[in-house]
Ligand binder design. Structure first.
Ligand code: PLP
Length: 227
């Protein structure tokens, strides 16, 4: 059953890429497995998926222990500074950096394990009070500050768009963050690339791909609704 869901998501991604004139290989699908049992992750792993996203440190660590070592684990949720040390070795990409203080802690822990850690800057593109992420107007400055930390590499931006019934309503936000990433790229900041745009979830990943997403994060569409 999960294989069928995945097939449908893959077909939708391929359609969106075609509409946008983009190659399928330009978009990475992350299977967002939060709250779901390891057996379900295994099923999706067996279908060939290697990128999994979790939003809690403890859950990511527990699942990592039980699943194959070639999985790329993405930290997509709000990250507390005191938990950075638990994922510093194994996070393939930390999507949720939105303060200098958090980046500083990632830098300290990264040095300890002699790793250069790839991160994304999380932007609260719609300015929602309920969401984490730096306001769009402050993203450039935060990027410049974090870029000076030598054990971190900023690879792009991430956003969680508003919850909407009609995915078209989020097109404006996807466009806006893409423009922001182009603006930041133009600054040519040392140690910063803007190649990654992590945006689009079950409700709106097709629109996100049409607007330039290079990573989509799909949970419900693959694993079914969460309790
Ligand atoms: C839960 C979550 C997702 C996936 O949401 P779905 O609507 O189930 O696809 C994507 N990104 C983040 C940051 C999440 O927390």
């Amino acid at each position: 059953m999960l294989a069928e869901n995945l097939k449908q998501v893959e077909a939708n991604i391929a359609d969106a890429c075609r509409r946008a004139g983009r190659g399928r290989e330009e978009v990475t699908l992350i299977a967002v497995s939060k709250t779901k049992p390891v057996s379900m992750l295994s099923e999706i792993y067996d279908c060939g998926v290697r990128d999994f996203g979790e939003n809690k440190v403890q859950e990511l660590c527990e699942k990592r222990e039980l699943l194959p070592g070639d999985i790329r684990w993405h930290m997509i949720g709000h990250l507390q500074r005191n938990k950075v040390k638990y994922i510093i070795r194994d996070a393939a990409l930390i999507h949720s950096v939105d303060t200098y203080r958090l980046a500083e802690e990632i830098n300290i822990q990264a040095k300890k394990v002699k790793r250069i850690v790839p991160v994304l800057i999380e932007v609260n593109i719609a300015g929602e009070a309920s969401k984490f992420g730096i306001p769009a107007e402050e993203a450039m400055q935060l990027t410049e500050e974090i870029a000076r930390l030598d054990s971190i590499r900023i690879q792009g931006l991430m956003t969680i768009a508003p919850y909407v019934e009609n995915p078209e309503d989020n097109r404006q936000y996807f466009r806006k963050i893409r423009e922001l990433s182009v603006d930041i790229a133009k600054e040519n900041i040392d140690n910063v690339s803007m190649g990654v745009l992590s945006m689009g979830m079950t409700g709106d990943y097709m629109v996100a791909i049409e607007e330039g997403a290079t990573i989509v994060r799909v949970g419900t569409g693959i694993f079914g609704v969460r309790k």
